[in-house]
Design a protein around this ligand. Structure first.
Ligand code: NAP
Length: 277
């Protein structure tokens, strides 16, 4: 599994499992726990979650799935903007740690920009890091103007900006990616399959998939993995699809493939704000 270096010197796997929509129904708890265990057995090392997912339910599923196998995993969780105050972040983190029954979160993100001053948020994140309760911190859904408001000492240490990014949604490539790459901050692409919608039925992607003996989902993920400093976190609750998605890390796209995708899904050519899911 390929890794990227973070500004703190830690490394992060470039492939992870998303968990949005997990933990929402108690009758699916065991099935979802088993799916995450299957993913770990396949070699998945990064799991992305949030206190929002199932209002803590997804973190509980993860806690059960990783019991006895925490070492070597990279856990990402996120806190609500309304919990971004000095005390709110600390309390939210401790609740997440309890639900996942673990001692630290590898990367802890502000889920989207809110109204609480970022100086408070980052003061709390530094404190949690000093206490060893989080190893890295970062942000999600931050446009360039939001990134520029982060206190300088924290801005250069971000573990990622997690953003809506896939072939059909390249808004992050307007200025945001450059700001992150200049500082060695990874872009974590959420909804990398565009939530399994029309992107996967695109004729150009299906054509490339046939040429590479791959699936459309694998081409969509492989394209993201060819972008600089990018991590993908596709979600699936089906082991066969998790394996299929994971195998995308092996696909090599040539310059002609990349040019064909650029022409079908061009990057933005004028200022545009990030999309959000
Ligand atoms: N920071 C944020 O604001 C934010 C927002 C959205 C998402 N996220 C994170 O990013 C993760 C991924 O994004 P997402 O869940 O929105 O969308 P996604 O990963 O792009 O797509 C997930 C959907 O695609 C289907 N799927 C998965 N693998 C497939 C395959 N190989 N072929 C066909 N369909 C496939 C899944 O169905 P099955 O489960 O039935 O396979 C599910 O319906 C989330 O789970 C969450 O962890 C973060």
């Amino acid at each position: 599994m390929k890794n990227l270096n973070l500004p703190t010197g830690n490394s992060i796997p470039t492939f992870g499992l998303g968990t949005w929509r997990m933990g929402e129904h108690s009758d699916r708890f065991q099935r979802e726990t088993d799916v995450i265990r299957d993913a770990l057995d396949m070699g998945v090392r990064l799991i992305d979650t949030a206190e929002m997912y199932g209002e803590g339910g997804a973190e509980q599923v993860i806690g059960e799935a990783i019991r006895g196998r925490r070492d070597g995993l990279f856990l990402v969780s996120k806190f609500y903007p309304h919990n971004a105050s000095r005390n709110g972040v600390v309390d939210a983190c401790e609740r997440s740690l309890r639900r996942m029954d673990c001692d630290w979160i590898d990367l802890y993100l502000l889920h989207w920009p809110g109204s609480i001053p970022l100086s408070q948020t980052f003061e709390a994140l530094h404190q949690l890091q000093d206490q060893g309760k989080i190893r890295n911190f970062g942000v999600s859904n931050f446009n360039l103007s939001d990134l520029q408001e982060i206190p300088a000492a924290a801005g250069s240490q971000l573990g990622c900006n997690q953003v809506f990014y896939n072939l059909a949604h390249r808004e992050v490539e307007w200025e945001i990616s450059d700001w992150c790459h200049e500082r060695g901050i990874p872009i974590m692409a959420y909804s990398p399959l565009d939530q399994g919608g029309s992107l996967l039925r695109s004729p150009i992607i299906i054509d490339l998939a046939e040429q590479h003996s791959a699936s459309a989902a694998q081409i969509a993920l492989a394209w993201l993995l060819h972008q600089p400093g990018t991590v993908v976190i596709p979600k699936s609750a089906r082991p066969a699809r998790i394996r299929e998605n994971l195998e995308a890390v092996e696909i090599k796209l040539g310059s002609e493939d990349l040019a064909a995708l650029d022409s079908a899904f061009p990057p933005p050519d004028q200022p545009v704000r990030l999309g959000m899911r």
